[in-house]
Design a protein around this ligand. Structure first.
Ligand SMILES: N[C@@H](CCC(=O)N[C@@H](CS)C(=O)NCC(=O)O)C(=O)O
Length: 212
């Protein structure tokens, strides 16, 4: 059986669970031995990051690498289109989430309750940065989001980042502009069973985490 190393609040672990759920896979979840960032865990996963997956002889980290592995090992239901050009665009969208949008949300993590105090300047700057990324996402989606759209690897990280935004906007007083096409895409995403099931489990964990 597949084992994943994960912690409940990790955004990228929730992203991975959406892929596992959509592919109807069963998995076992373990906390990193010795805790997050421990030397014990780094003996298993040298980079020390989460999530990681163990499947037989294979141990790999990085949600994108894991998702591509799962797609090849368990091709049905497909989470990449057949067309090579469309597959490339799915990968582009996945990387856009991981390297462009999510890092602008993560930049607020040092200012979560109980941590450093944020300033109006930081909140204004991050509101602008996140809104700009959402605008870019809407332009990227304009090409891709059609009635025949299937849930792809690129759609696993975005719903979790959107859930974080839902919590952080009122908590920090962020002013975020949501383009109409992103709202329509998000509504569609949240109707997908794998996304809905993960959000049903993840959102209360996120809410409790932010209440600390
Ligand atoms: N690009 C990585 C990012 C994963 C990531 O940032 N994971 C966080 C937890 S949500 C983590 O492990 N942070 C600690 C570290 O990177 O050492 C992926 O897609 O898996």
């Amino acid at each position: 059986m597949i084992t994943i190393y994960a912690v409940p609040i990790s955004l990228y672990c929730a992203k991975l669970r959406i892929v596992l759920r959509h592919k109807n896979l069963t998995w076992r979840e373990e906390m990193p031995p010795g805790g997050y960032g421990s030397e014990d865990y780094k003996r298993i996963v040298p980079s020390g990051n989460l999530p990681a997956l163990v499947d037989g002889k294979l141990t790999i980290a990085d949600s994108e690498a894991i998702a591509e592995y799962l797609e090849e090992q368990h091709p049905h239901p497909a989470m990449l289109p057949l067309n090579v050009l469309e597959r490339a665009k799915v990968r582009e969208r996945g990387r856009f989430h991981d390297t462009r949008l999510e890092p602008e949300v993560r930049a607020l993590f040092p200012f979560l309750p109980g941590r450093e105090t944020s300033t109006q300047e930081i909140l204004h700057r991050q509101s602008h940065a996140i809104s700009s990324r959402l605008q870019q996402l809407s332009e990227i989606l304009d090409e891709a989001f059609r009635p025949e759209y299937i849930l792809t690897l690129a759609d696993s990280g975005l719903p979790i980042t959107f859930a974080w935004l839902d919590s952080l906007i009122p908590l920090m007083g962020l002013r975020i502009l949501w383009p109409k096409s992103v709202i329509a895409y998000r509504n569609w995403l949240e109707q997908q069973p794998a996304v809905n099931d993960e959000l049903t489990e993840y959102t209360p964990i996120l809410t409790a985490f932010l209440e600390v």
